[in-house]
Design a protein around this ligand. Sequence first.
Ligand code: SAH
Length: 284
Amino acid sequence: MTSPKEIIKHYGIKPRKKLSQSFLMDQNVIKKIAIAAQISKDDIVVEIGAGIGVLTEILAQESRKIIAVELDKNLVEVLKEKLAGYDNVEIHAGDIMKFDFTSISLSYRCKVKVVGNVPYNISSPLIFHLLSSCSAIGGFILMLQKEVVQRLAARPNNKSYGVPSVLLQMFASVEKIFDVPASCFYPQPKVESAVIRGAFLDKPLMELADAAFFTQLVKASFAQRRKMLINNLKNSKLLADVEEEKIKEILTCASIDGKRRGETLSVVEFGKLSNLLYQTMGKL
Ligand code: SAH
């Protein structure tokens, strides 16, 4: 395998900041990600932001098929040339945010695996894009900014636990696998990185009466982190029509002490509370 350094030199690639281009140079980290992705010959893989194709090449050797998505037209040409010898690689020139995971999953009749050292400038919308396609996606393994990984994988009572943790973990099991220092990339990002691995659950941790209401309730509960849950709830627009006494009653019904902070509630507790509140509001 040609080294990332040689590829960049050979093609005279000038990394584009606007596209968050930061290429993985450390061969050990590249191999570690590929191993952690646990790809088998049955897997259809979608790689986000394939760049110069270093990860793509390893994954091509292990998977049934890999669809390498890349927005930068210059890099698409590099990928085509570099991976010409693999008949199971498809280069998809385009924006991952417009990528249709569902139609790929339907046409191959299986869930896809998503892998990538992704552009950090689109981390949040990307996670929501994956969430919205979760029935088409089995597992995912992503390199993201370290703080983002911490937030997504945090458990209750941790300072990183917040809206993204709850919203993702209702639908997926996730774990941080390892950190990657900035020195492993070219150009070096200003932030540290980490790799997160996850799998979407066949069904959410608990059945939600209304997913949009759940999202809003979680956001309201964390509106002011240091406030008691009851105060965040009674001040929220979402529950403006519900009397404080009623909110307290529902908290009791859900066995949640309103004096707790939002950050102490488990994902299931948020689900329970959301369902009870939603039902009550329907009756008002
Ligand atoms: N995976 C490569 C490159 C990572 S850098 C490596 O590890 O070396 C992020 C890559 O995502 C870049 O190649 C960049 O061009 C690409 N990219 C940026 N925005 C994108 C988008 N919206 N859709 C698809 N690819 C994108």
